[in-house]
Design a protein around this ligand. Sequence first.
Ligand SMILES: [Zn+2]
Length: 119
Amino acid sequence: MSEAMSYDGGCHCGRVRFTTVANLSSVIACNCSICTKRGLLLTFVPASRFTLHSGEDGLVDYQFGAHRIHHLFCATCGVESFARGTAPDGSEMRAVNVRCLDGVDVAALTPTPFNGKDL
Ligand SMILES: [Zn+2]
């Protein structure tokens, strides 16, 4: 699983659906306040590698702290399948919740701990 592959994913109810090209050898388990509560396992991709197919009108934008990241959750089922943000160099990024990708065995991944709590 060391190569970038195309994955379909989305929220629980199916309103939000997307395709992304991601490398799942690079997954982080962050200990910040929202990742802890939501159980997010994230992989980061450039916005050009993320295509939202449906659900834009159903996304609720939640921001906190420094307001750098748009945590988007589905208004129908409440699942955050991805977030929008910008990299330190200013480029548009997507943080994809690996738990929301179709057919991915999360137990087979080796997430890297990330200390987001102190950022
Ligand atoms: Zn949903």
